[in-house]
Each structure stands twice: as C-alpha cells, then as structure tokens.
Design a protein around this ligand. Structure first.
Ligand SMILES: [Zn+2]
Length: 75
C-alpha cells in the first residue's frame, strides 16, 4: 500500500510541474526584447549611406557605420 501512495505522490508532483510549465509556455515573455519598442519610431535617414535609423539609435548606428564613421574626403 505504501508503494501505491508513493506512486500517487509522484504523479501528483509531476502534474503540478507540468501545469506550471504549461502556464509559463502560454504566458511567455511579456516584455518585448530590449532595444525594440512596440510603437513605431520616427526614422532618420542617413544622408551618406541612405539607411533609415530609428531616432533613438542614430548615434549608435552612425558610430558603427563605415561610411558615416569614416570621414575621409573624396569618398
Ligand atoms: Zn550611414
């Protein structure tokens, strides 16, 4: 009889874990990934390479942009 109780306890724990796991899968991550906002951001067009950059990331993108980063004349 002890064995049966033990088995029932194991099943109960497994069921609880499964329910928690399913709840986590269903809800998922609520916040969007950092760096991306849900609402559309105003885009700034780069006058050199022509790509459009979100206004908040202009400085970061231009720092990494080869054409914007290099201020070599005659390019
Ligand atoms: Zn650029």
């Amino acid at each position: 009889m002890i064995r049966l109780l033990f088995l029932a306890l194991l099943i109960f724990i497994a069921w609880q874990l499964l329910r928690r796991w399913l709840a986590q899968q269903r809800s998922g991550p609520q916040a969007p990934p950092s760096g991306f906002s849900a609402e559309p951001e105003s885009l700034v067009r780069c006058e050199r390479c022509g790509i459009r950059i979100p206004a908040s990331q202009v400085a970061a993108v231009r720092a990494n942009c080869r054409q914007c980063g290099n201020d070599q004349p005659g390019g």
